[in-house]
Design a protein around this ligand. Structure first.
Ligand code: HEM
Length: 207
């Protein structure tokens, strides 16, 4: 979709955004693969994850990685959110957002008619997907806190429907995040210029 945005490339993908994005991707990788190892030790459903896709070696090791990765995910996420909100970028890049706008941009995308001239502008499907990822990771952290210290976070545990429900919420949020990442990677592969922009901060405008 064409944009009227006049921001420079690095203003749309500033250094702190690129750094926190890649640290977040690393933290998610550690959390998901060590989480699968922990899950395999006591599967909630009738299947296990292939051992080769898990990380941490053994249950104790995976738990250590999961706790270490949690601090990276949490601290990096708080830093990203604070800067995104304080700089006004969150409002600028992710809003306005409406069901009508999402349907319009989705239909344009499915017809292969989205314009990618100006990558400093997110279409409404992207906005929704990115906001979803942010909310979903927040839910992962909150439900993780309940599984980690269920007694200390008693109120949160009750809000999430109890320990057993929190376990299912944690698993469901992980599955949805993986669905997001799968679609995200396909979209990046379709418009590789976005990757250059997320790495270097340059190349947002088509020449
Ligand atoms: C693993 C978990 C990941 C999550 C949760 C995630 C999430 C996000 C979010 C929320 C944004 C928007 C950030 C903002 O503008 O404030 C974003 C942008 C982006 N991500 Fe990721 N990401 C992940 C992994 C990756 C990976 C592995 C790649 C590339 C191989 C990637 C490439 C990109 C690119 C290129 C953009 C910019 C898209 C554009 O400018 O249109 N991401 N990601």
């Amino acid at each position: 979709m064409a944009s009227t945005a006049t921001m420079s490339d690095s203003a749309s993908h500033p250094g702190w955004l690129r750094l926190t994005h890649w640290l977040n991707a690393l933290a998610v990788l550690i959390m998901v693969t060590s989480g699968w190892r922990i899950y395999n030790a006591s599967p909630l459903f009738g299947f296990s994850f292939p051992q080769a896709l898990t990380f941490g070696g053994w249950l104790g090791g995976a738990l250590q990685w999961h706790f270490a990765g949690m601090w990276l995910l949490f601290a990096n996420g708080v830093f990203y959110l604070m800067l995104n909100i304080a700089s006004g970028r969150l409002l600028r890049r992710f809003f306005p957002l409406s069901p009508r706008g999402v349907l319009r941009d989705l239909s344009t995308a499915l017809r292969g008619k989205l314009v990618h001239d100006d990558l400093s502008h997110y279409n409404q499907v992207q906005r929704l997907a990115y906001l979803f990822a942010i909310v979903d990771i927040t839910l992962l952290v909150l439900s993780g806190l309940v599984l980690w210290k269920s007694v200390q976070f008693g109120l949160l545990r009750e809000l999430l429907g109890g320990y057993e429900t929190a376990r299912r919420v944690h698993f469901g949020a992980m599955a949805l995040l993986m669905a997001f990442v799968a679609v995200h990677l396909v979209m990046v592969a379709l418009v590789p210029r976005t990757l250059l922009l997320m790495i270097t901060g340059k190349g947002g405008k088509a020449s």
